[in-house]
Write a protein that binds this ligand. Structure first.
Ligand SMILES: Cc1cc2nc3c(=O)[nH]c(=O)nc-3n(C[C@H](O)[C@H](O)[C@H](O)COP(=O)(O)O)c2cc1C
Length: 248
């Protein structure tokens, strides 16, 4: 399937020279990037049934495929799950895992947990399972001898690229981690040596929460950014610190 993406002048210049000018974006371009970041939401219930055209889906997958990866390992694969019987089976896995998760919560949080919608597996027309081939270029590699989990972290970077590109396309994404990996592995035929990193519910949306749904529903709230920034050593706040904390 051939497709075109808008990668900007830098990518075009890179065809015939290894280095190109890395200028800041125009104010409009910059605003678009920050808009995608700040208005990206985890979507669970607002999915429309409309199919995602192949060219749009490939743009989003290509954005994921341009994520950074340790040693340029590109350990990811993307399993596109459209089959409704498979999605029903995964939904069953979710229900069992959620029932187990509620038991390990503090008793006073259980009623709120049960009231939350925590997946869109059946409502979203597409599910995407993102995996990590931990031995894609051998069991070790550049950057992984001291930090072996950087292959998983690289795959998480691909998920974030996917999520942001989808937002720009008007497509919502919801990450479902309340799934027993071995059950998911069986349903999707994922080999033992391939790690499951993310299970995503994907579809067009016409509305989305302005603030995280878990904040709206009083499960958690955004931490003040200034409490999270240290300078030089753990626990030391920066001198004369300023912050943009409190953004929704
Ligand atoms: C690794 C990961 C796993 C997540 N798993 C779930 C999940 O199982 N169910 C769910 O409803 N949301 C899940 N989320 C979404 C978070 O709840 C959400 O990102 C957070 O509440 C902030 O909201 P926002 O993404 O809309 O900004 C997950 C997010 C991440 C990054």
């Amino acid at each position: 399937m051939a497709f075109e993406t808008e990668k900007g002048p830098e990518a075009e210049a890179a065809e015939d020279q290894p280095l190109a000018k890395a200028s800041p974006f125009t104010p409009q371009e910059r605003a678009a990037v920050y808009r995608a970041i700040h208005t990206r939401r985890d979507v669970r219930n607002e999915f429309l049934p409309d199919d995602i055209p192949d060219d749009v889906l490939l743009r989003i997958l290509d954005a994921a495929h341009h994520a950074p990866s340790v040693g340029f390992m590109q350990p990811w694969n993307f399993i596109l799950v459209r089959d409704s019987a498979l999605r029903e089976a995964v939904h069953g896995v979710f229900e069992r895992a959620a029932a187990a998760e509620v038991d390990v919560l503090q008793p006073e949080r259980r009623a709120l947990y049960r009231s939350l919608k925590l997946e869109g597996i059946l409502k979203a027309p597409l599910n995407v399972c993102v995996t990590c081939d931990r031995a894609r270029h051998g069991t070790t590699g550049l950057g992984r001898s001291q930090q072996p989990d950087t292959d998983i972290l690289s795959t998480a970077c691909a998920v974030q690229n996917f999520w942001l590109a989808a937002r720009a396309e008007g497509i919502g994404v919801g990450w479902v981690s309340i799934l027993r990996e071995c059950e998911l592995r069986d349903i999707l035929g994922i080999p033992e040596d391939i790690a499951v990193v993310a299970y995503l519910c994907v579809g067009y949306v016409d509305r989305a929460y302005v603030r995280p749904e878990l904040e709206v529903k009083r499960w958690a709230c955004r931490l003040p950014l200034e409490d999270l920034i240290f300078e030089n050593r753990w626990g030391v706040p920066p001198e004369g610190r300023t912050s943009e904390a409190g953004r929704g």
